[in-house]
Write a protein that binds this ligand. Structure first.
Ligand SMILES: [Zn+2]
Length: 99
């Protein structure tokens, strides 16, 4: 995997001399690399059963889907407790661009 790839749907790009995270499909820049792209995504919350037959609906949990606000590509999803903060799953500390 290239060092410019953040995930299957996101990539690193350079913005004003620092690393940022962008959509691999449309190049929309979500945030700097030390921030969570999920916090800058379009978020859809749906019932657990909408995720397929493995889940049953719950009063306590839901399914969060994270989309690129520009092109609508879904780049992540979580099972989460209702009202809970977004789970930061990939944290990048380094902000500078590696050459
Ligand atoms: Zn996009």
């Amino acid at each position: 995997m290239s060092k410019e790839v953040f995930s299957e749907y996101l990539k690193f790009v350079e913005k004003h001399g620092v690393r940022a995270i962008a959509c691999r499909k449309c190049d929309h820049i979500f945030c700097y690399s030390n921030e969570d792209p999920k916090e800058f995504a379009r978020v859809k919350e749906v019932s657990l059963s909408s995720a397929g037959g493995l889940y049953y609906d719950s009063d306590r949990f839901l399914f969060r889907q994270f989309y690129c606000p520009e092109c609508g590509t879904m780049f992540g999803n979580d099972v989460a407790e209702k009202g809970s903060p977004i789970l930061w799953e990939t944290k990048i500390d380094k902000l500078g661009v590696e050459n």
